[in-house]
Design a protein around this ligand. Structure first.
Ligand SMILES: *[C@@H]1O[C@H](CO)[C@@H](O)[C@H](O)[C@H]1NC(C)=O
Ligand SMILES: *[C@@H]1O[C@H](CO)[C@@H](O)[C@H](O)[C@H]1NC(C)=O
Ligand SMILES: *[C@@H]1O[C@H](CO)[C@@H](O)[C@H](O)[C@H]1NC(C)=O
Ligand SMILES: *[C@@H]1O[C@H](CO)[C@@H](O)[C@H](O)[C@H]1NC(C)=O
Ligand SMILES: *[C@@H]1O[C@H](CO)[C@@H](O)[C@H](O)[C@H]1NC(C)=O
Ligand SMILES: *[C@@H]1O[C@H](CO)[C@@H](O)[C@H](O)[C@H]1NC(C)=O
Ligand SMILES: *[C@@H]1O[C@H](CO)[C@@H](O)[C@H](O)[C@H]1NC(C)=O
Ligand SMILES: *[C@@H]1O[C@H](CO)[C@@H](O)[C@H](O)[C@H]1NC(C)=O
Ligand SMILES: *[C@@H]1O[C@H](CO)[C@@H](O)[C@H](O)[C@H]1NC(C)=O
Length: 726
């Protein structure tokens, strides 16, 4: 997509221009073959580098780089100011090496933002070179320009796992010529074509034919995306509404986009039939900042996870457990964390450790066990008294406390401090003790437990069959609810406000091919659908006595258990995930999930974990709640008799007056637009957000007229938010 004046620059270099003379109007080669340019020096660290590598090369050789964690190939110009180039291009080969770039001045130590390779490409492979370009006027990931101060150093830095890769043709380019090109043109709403392109393209060249007839263009408007002003979308409004049949968009001389618009799927929105949506379902674990919370409209934040089991609030240390060699680490201060989360207007869920030890410092580790057999080498003792001191002393009180995290598997995750498998009684005992303590320490706090990790442990314990048999053959969660209820009845106080579970989809979508993506997008049915047989081991392995054990139907199933065993308990999903946070389908699935959570009266949910604000999952939150514009406070009835939940989700939110139905549609079909005929909502002006489809992953938003509600089009693989405007 970018052309550089490579050939001309090469010739100039061969005439051996002295290094202090700027190649005005030309490119500067830093490396092409055999050796670094004499204008540049190697200031690398922690890396093995060969400038004459032939394992893969364009020309006679390439640079091979093997960097340890956070080490870098670092190239320093002889000149204190490299000057005014348009960008840096390079060819890279490797198995999507985990590296990042930044540009630096050794004079004043200023530096550019850190740019992960993934912001340029996620398709770098080891069999060939991929040509990439860093455009200095719009550095990814946010499109900010490289400041116009001096700079003289370029760093290709490995991330935490180190990196092995090759580079070739590292060149500073004098100018970037972007070849004009239309990239996408998709039908949206009732009469709008959403167009993206690159370079200097002529939007007036767009012509549209519907069912063979020319359709006039009424207006064209180009709108920058919300937080990447450099990326824009152009809405071409047609004089004639869409209809079923063929739609052909031609642009420029040679580009065309061809669709078959389907018959409309009919249905209705009934705003009068509605119930409240819990505002706690739009939560995430570990939001990264106050602006993150506000941009995505996050309502609740959880500080949880395996490491938090060992959180020592009297020094701010945790231990990674078996996620990372049982290493102690420094941790964020919980009190401060609750403070800034609440300041940003989200509620806070804090975990109280409930085992017998917490991390004692930021550096010890207890691996391997043969060397460190005793927990006290790494941990300090922990008990109810310490926990109460912790919670009582908080300046900033969380709204919710969870009793530890997935303690039923602690004999695995934290085997160095609790090697004995947890059984029913110990889980219950610790939940009772720490819940009662939390309620004393923070009057009014709500307690969520037992934060069970997965389907298997909803029904049994790590101890196994004998434990279940010793508890009247009862599955774990039903037994747990019964016991808590019996306890609460005997004391006259409620200890448990939320039944908290973690839910990770059991089907394997790791291949991430077309079949895996389709599976990912339909498996949200396991959250609600009593007819959906789980496409995983769950359907073949009924180790529980629950009805229809081959279907998960998670939310209604858990609600039924609560109703039966401890009515009045709320349901929380403290961890859940999309299975593919950087893939568009992960974002579309999250849209579907957030819609389902509202429709099925879930009380609380927090995503695991900190999805990238600008990635597909972050965009799902933005779609529902970004920047203060929210899906309704109530879930309104949507009735679309022929809707196929494998490929489509349609959700309606409304307000207490039932006069403002916001619609969210997620078209999970990879290549076919959907058309909806929806009674019960007005035509007229709408605020519209969307992401996905050919337009890609960015916060696109605009206002547009829905000329009627009889034929509303949503492109393939796209999620749309539609809110009527006064
Ligand atoms: C580079 O290799 C990858 C993986 O082998 C392949 O998918 C891709 O098409 C190749 N690209 C080129 C330009 O040959
Ligand atoms: C450098 O940037 C500053 C602030 O963006 C701007 O005011 C100034 O004109 C720029 N200087 C040059 C030489 O481009
Ligand atoms: C970003 O902005 C620069 C300067 O305005 C322009 O040259 C470049 O083409 C833009 N990039 C994109 C992706 O729009
Ligand atoms: C379109 O056609 C015109 C005239 O035939 C030509 O000059 C122009 O370069 C073409 N544009 C593209 C983008 O191919
Ligand atoms: C559009 O697609 C249809 C169906 O694939 C095809 O028959 C038709 O020729 C295409 N039209 C154009 C102009 O590409
Ligand atoms: C709790 O732990 C503290 C120190 O961590 C210790 O002083 C205290 O005796 C312990 N209390 C109980 C009841 O074990
Ligand atoms: C709960 O607390 C009581 C009283 O301090 C103690 O005897 C019991 O062992 C505790 N239970 C668990 C499972 O820690
Ligand atoms: C044990 O389970 C049976 C049925 O599974 C039930 O009828 C009985 O009430 C249970 N007993 C106790 C003590 O929970
Ligand atoms: C619907 O609610 C939004 C957000 O409060 C508001 O901006 C919009 O004007 C409302 N639309 C109507 C038709 O009342």
């Amino acid at each position: 997509m970018a052309r550089s004046k490579l050939l001309r620059a090469h010739l100039l270099l061969l005439t051996s221009v002295p290094w202090f003379i700027r190649l005005v109007g030309a490119d500067q080669i830093i490396y092409s073959d055999d050796a670094l340019s004499t204008l540049w020096q190697d200031w690398s660290w922690g890396s093995t580098i060969d400038y004459q590598a032939t394992n893969i090369a364009e020309g006679s050789s390439s640079i091979s780089i093997n960097s340890g964690a956070w080490a870098a190939l670092s190239l320093k110009s002889n000149s204190p100011n490299v000057g005014d180039f348009a960008g840096l291009r390079f060819d890279i080969s490797g198995d999507q090496p985990e590296i990042q770039f930044y540009i630096q001045s050794t004079t004043d130590n200023s530096q550019s933002p850190t740019i992960p390779l993934t912001a340029l490409s996620t398709f770098v492979s080891s069999g060939n070179f991929t040509s990439l370009l860093l455009d200095f006027s719009a550095l990814p990931p946010v499109g900010a320009p490289l400041g116009n101060g001096t700079w003289d150093r370029i760093n290709f830095q490995a991330q935490g796992n180190g990196a092995i890769y090759n580079l070739d043709n590292v060149i500073l380019v004098d100018s970037i010529v972007v070849e004009p090109k239309f990239l996408s043109a998709e039908p949206l709403g009732t009469n709008v074509i959403a167009v993206t392109g690159q370079g200097d393209i002529d939007y007036s060249s767009i012509k549209v034919k519907q069912n063979g007839k020319d359709v006039a263009v009424k207006s064209v408007s180009t709108v920058p995306t919300v937080d990447v002003p450099n990326k824009s979308i152009t809405y071409v409004t047609l004089a004639t509404p869409f209809a079923a049949g063929t739609l052909l968009v031609t642009a420029g001389n040679s580009t065309s986009f061809n669709y078959t618009l389907p018959a409309a799927l009919s249905g209705s929105i009934n705003q009068a039939k509605s119930f409240p949506i819990s505002d706690r379902i739009y939560g995430v674990n570990f939001p990264t900042s106050a602006s993150y919370i506000q941009h995505l409209g996050v309502t609740i934040a959880r500080k949880g996870g395996n490491a938090e089991t060992a959180y020592n609030p009297f020094g701010d240390f945790t231990n990674a457990g078996n996620d990372w060699y049982f290493e102690n680490r420094a941790a964020d201060n919980a009190d401060d964390w609750v403070g800034w989360v609440q300041e940003a207007d989200a509620d806070a869920i804090l975990l109280v450790p409930a085992l017998d030890w917490v991390s004692k410092d930021a550096s010890s580790y207890s691996y391997p066990k043969t060397v460190y057999p005793d927990p006290s080498t790494v941990y300090a003792p922990w008990n109810l008294t310490a926990a109460k001191t912790y919670l009582t002393g908080l300046k900033n009180k969380p709204q919710v406390v969870t009793v530890d995290n997935e303690i039923e598997i602690a004999s695995n995750t934290h085997q160095d401090m609790h090697p004995i498998p947890f059984g029913y009684d110990e889980i219950l005992g610790r939940v009772l003790n720490f819940s009662a303590m939390a309620k004393e320490a923070i009057p009014g706090v709500e307690v969520a437990a037992p934060s069970t990790c997965a389907w298997w442990y909803y029904w049994t314990s790590m101890v196994g069959d004998s434990d279940k048999a010793a508890h009247n053959g009862s599955d774990f969660l039903p037994w747990f609810l019964q016991q808590i209820r019996a306890h609460d009845q005997s004391t006259g106080t409620r200890l448990l406000d939320f039944l908290d579970i973690h839910y990770y989809y059991a089907p394997d979508t790791s291949a991430n091919d077309a079949a895996a993506k389709a599976l990912r997008l339909r498996m949200s049915r396991s959250l609600w659908d009593p007819t959906y047989v789980d496409e995983s081991w769950i359907s073949g392995d009924a180790y529980n006595s629950q009805p229809n054990p081959d279907r998960v139907m998670l939310i209604p199933r858990m609600q039924a258990l609560i109703e039966k065993y401890y009515p009045g308990t709320k349901l929380s999903i403290g961890e859940f995930a999309s299975t593919a946070d950087t893939d568009l389908t992960g974002g579309l699935l999250t849209v579907d999930m957030l819609g389902i959570f509202g429709r099925y009266k879930l009380d609380q949910a927090t995503y695991w974990s900190e999805p990238d604000e600008k990635g597909p999952v972050g965009l799902a939150y933005w779609l529902f709640r970004g920047y203060g514009t929210f899906f309704g406070t109530r879930s309104a009835e949507v009735s679309i008799p022929k809707l196929d939940p494998d490929t489509l989700g349609v959700f309606a939110g409304t307000n207490a007056q039932h006069n403002n139905a916001t619609i969210v549609v997620v078209n999970k079909d990879p290549d076919t637009p959907v058309a909806l005929d929806l009674a019960g909502i007005p035509s007229g002006k709408y605020f519209v957000r969307h992401f996905g489809g050919q337009a890609g992953v960015a916060k696109f938003q605009t206002t547009m007229d829905l000329r009627s509600t009889k034929y509303i089009v949503v492109p393939a693989y796209t999620a749309v938010f539609l809110q009527p405007q006064k």
